[in-house]
Write a protein that binds this ligand. Structure first.
Ligand code: SF4
Length: 147
């Protein structure tokens, strides 16, 4: 069993209430070979929700308390770090319970991104790094494949 980002499975759980369906990922779920997981939904964040980026580092830095996840709202940038860490921990819990050794995660997300994330400027620029959930899964021995 593997876990996959819910939005890759076709579930419209992205910040803008869209999905990012990847046919091969959706097929794995339909065949019962993969479990869809959305860390941000597991944290209780709404759909739609403000776009968020990691500011000051990567997902690893967030887990170490050295960077924050900020949500861009009409009232300005709000600290969403606690929710993103909670969601990452919930995703890891599911991975451990089902014995998942592999996760296929959505690229560039502040939660699921692996290898590339937005750079915290909300300008559409990217930087090398992992999202919070990807970082926690990797730290716990789960192979993360970016899609
Ligand atoms: S947190 Fe992950 S699964 Fe959820 S919408 Fe974002 S990229 Fe998709």
């Amino acid at each position: 069993m593997i876990i996959v980002s819910s939005c890759l499975a076709g579930i419209p759980c992205r910040y803008n209430a869209a999905h990012s369906e990847a046919a091969e990922v959706a097929a794995l779920v339909k065949e019962g070979k993969a479990i869809p997981v959305c860390p941000e939904c597991l944290a209780g964040l709404p759909v739609p929700r403000p776009s968020s980026e990691i500011v000051g580092g990567s997902g690893e830095d967030v887990l170490l308390g050295k960077a924050k996840v900020l949500a861009k709202t009409d009232a300005g940038l709000l600290d969403a770090t606690d929710a993103f860490v909670y969601g990452a921990e919930a995703a890891l819990e599911i991975a451990l319970r089902v014995g998942a050794k592999v996760a296929v995660l959505k690229q560039n997300s502040p939660s699921c991104g692996a290898g590339s994330i937005y750079d915290g400027t909300f300008c559409g620029k990217k930087r090398i790094g992992n999202g919070v959930a990807a970082a926690l899964l990797i730290k716990n021995g789960v192979e993360v494949i970016s899609r």
